[in-house]
Design a protein around this ligand. Structure first.
Ligand SMILES: N[C@@H](CCC[C@H](N)C(=O)O)C(=O)O
Length: 296
């Protein structure tokens, strides 16, 4: 029986099961090539919420924060189409660490050091940096209350909600919704207790990723994250982008800074055109095959 292949990858410990649904032809192949290719996952067209959740399960599945699906691109300029499912099975719009991992895979496949990833939020340009890290243009940071989104008209620089030691976050959308709380000491915050309550706060109709950040200097920010649909993760690329944008909007940081996460550091720059550039590592851990019971 044919089983489904996956690649286990991570960006600073935020880990993924990457499943290739392109029909085995790889990047740049024509539809004819794809149809004729004996791809490992040729028969698999999609996975359900329940299957994604089973794959992500750390006790009985592969174990990961997100399941990432690679599909054939829709846009002419793109090399690959990326879809993202959180560990709870929900499909979401963006994943920064995942984008670097997908870029690294496609770069290895094509031999190019510049690739374009398509997703539901648009086209993301990715480049290999000389030191081996991957730099991705994550698109424009969106700041209007409707774009976060929040439930009512508000200045997103001061969302005004509070819970315990956390208050008045900044709202930022980097393809997905984030609420960034600034605190004197991020290490002292009980993210595991506060994160799930804030994720589901009525102000966030699509829920939100919750960041707790301490600005250590204008170019260094410590950030911890509670990811929507997952929980605490060791790193969140879009969360790091949102944190830098929020810190700059609050006049706490420069336009370019290092964001220090549990799993390591990302360089983030909010460019004058409104786009956010994220630079960091992408690591392949191993390849494997899904147990058929996970797709049952
Ligand atoms: N780990 C990601 C973000 C994944 C999606 C997020 N949990 C959401 O629900 O929006 C990253 O690196 O950006």
């Amino acid at each position: 029986m044919q089983t489904t292949a996956f690649t286990k990858m991570h960006g600073l410990g935020n880990d993924f099961a990457v499943i290739d649904l392109r029909g085995g032809a790889g990047v740049g192949a024509s539809a004819k090539d794809a149809a004729g290719a004996a791809g490992a996952n040729g028969a698999l067209a999609d996975i359900t919420d329940a299957q994604a959740k089973a794959i992500a399960d750390r006790r009985t599945g592969v174990g990961c924060d997100q399941v990432i699906l690679l599909e054939r691109p829709r846009a002419k300029l793109a090399d690959v189409y990326m879809r993202i499912r959180n560990a709870d099975g929900s499909e979401v719009e963006a994943c920064g660490n995942g984008a670097r991992c997908v870029a690294a895979l496609v770069m290895a496949e094509t031999g190019r050091n510049h690739v374009v990833i398509e997703s539901v939020v648009g086209l993301l340009d990715a480049e290999a940096a000389p030191d081996g890290r991957i730099s991705v243009d994550m698109g424009e940071a969106r700041l209007d209350w409707r774009e976060i989104p929040v439930a009512k008209p508000l200045d997103t620089l001061h969302l005004g909600i509070e819970l315990g030691p956390l208050s008045d976050p900044v709202g930022v959308n980097i393809g997905n919704p984030h609420a960034v709380f600034f605190v004197p000491d991020a290490e002292a915050i009980d993210v595991a207790a506060l994160g799930p309550v804030l994720e589901r706060h009525p102000l966030f109709p699509e829920k939100a990723n919750i960041e707790v950040a301490t600005v250590l200097s204008p170019t260094l920010i410590r950030m911890r994250v509670w990811e929507r649909g997952v929980g605490i993760t060791r790193a969140c690329g879009t969360g790091a982008c949102a944190t830098l944008v929020a810190a700059h909007r609050r006049k706490l940081a420069a336009r370019k800074a290092t964001v220090r996460l549990d799993g390591g550091e990302l360089e983030i720059e909010w460019l004058p055109d409104g786009h956010v550039r994220m630079t960091g590592p992408a690591t392949t851990s191993f390849t494997g095959r899904l147990d058929a019971s996970l797709l049952g």
